[in-house]
Design a protein around this ligand. Structure first.
Ligand code: APR
Length: 179
C-alpha cells in the first residue's frame, strides 16, 4: 500500500498545478454553478465541446451519480479534469456509498490516466447540500483505502470554514488511527 500525501488547501481549485482536477459536476455534464461553473469558465469553451461529445458518444443518459469520466484540462494548469456527480441531498440521495464512489472512481480514473497528483473539491458540500464534515470523513476514508498510483491528493476548499472542517476531521482521523 503506497502512502498518499494528503494536503488540505483553502483556495480555488482551477488554479491548482496538479495532473488532474476533479469537478463536482451534474449528470448532464454541460456545466453549472459552483465549482462546475468555475472549472468550465477557467478551462474555456473547448471543455463544453468535449463534454457534449462524451454525452453523444457514450453517455446518452448522462453521467450516473457516483461515476467519473475524464476530459483534457484545456486552459486549466491541470492536464486532466475528472468529472464526477455527487449525491444530491435535496433529491433524497443520502447514501454515503454514492459519495464514496465519487472519490473512489475519480481515483481509479486518475490511475488509468497515470495521474500522480489529484485535486478534489468538497463534492456535494455546496448546492447538493451535504454536510462538509460528512464529506470529509468519506473522502479521507476512501483515500486511505485506495491502492493505486496516485501519490498526492489535495483537498481544495473554497471557504476557510470548509477548509477548517476538513482539517478538524483530518486531525480526528489521524488520532483515531494512532490509538
Ligand atoms: N474551487 C474550489 N471549491 C469550490 C470552488 C472553486 N473554484 N467553487 C465552489 N467551490 C466549493 C463550494 O464552496 C462547495 O464547498 O465546492 C464545493 C462543492 O459545491 P458545488 O460546486 O455546489 O458542488 P455540489 O455541491 O457537488 O453540487 C453540484 O452544483 O455547480 C452545480 O453543476 C453542478 O449541478 C451541480 C451541482
Amino acid at each position: 500500500m503506497q502512502s498518499v500525501d494528503v494536503r488540505i488547501i483553502q483556495g480555488d481549485i482551477t488554479t491548482q498545478e496538479v495532473d488532474a482536477v476533479v469537478n463536482a459536476a451534474n449528470s448532464a455534464l454541460l456545466g453549472g454553478g459552483g465549482v462546475d461553473g468555475a472549472i468550465h469558465a477557467a478551462a474555456g469553451p473547448e471543455l463544453l465541446v468535449a463534454c457534449r461529445a462524451i454525452r453523444a458518444d457514450s453517455l446518452h443518459d448522462g453521467l450516473p451519480v457516483g461515476q467519473a469520466v475524464a476530459t483534457p484540462g484545456f486552459q486549466l494548469p491541470a492536464r486532466w479534469i475528472i468529472h464526477t456527480v455527487g449525491p444530491n441531498r435535496h433529491a433524497g440521495q443520502t447514501d454515503p456509498a454514492l459519495l464514496e464512489s465519487c472519490f473512489r472512481r475519480s481515483l481509479e480514473v486518475a490511475d488509468d490516466l497515470q495521474a500522480r497528483s489529484v485535486a478534489f473539491p468538497a463534492i456535494s458540500a455546496g448546492i447538493y447540500g451535504w454536510d462538509p464534515e460528512a464529506v470529509a470523513r468519506i473522502a479521507f476514508r476512501t483515500i486511505a483505502e485506495f491502492d493505486g498510483g496516485v501519490r498526492e491528493v489535495r483537498f481544495v476548499l473554497f471557504s476557510e470554514r470548509v477548509a477548517g472542517v476538513f482539517r478538524q476531521v483530518d486531525r480526528l482521523t489521524r488520532s483515531s488511527q494512532q490509538e
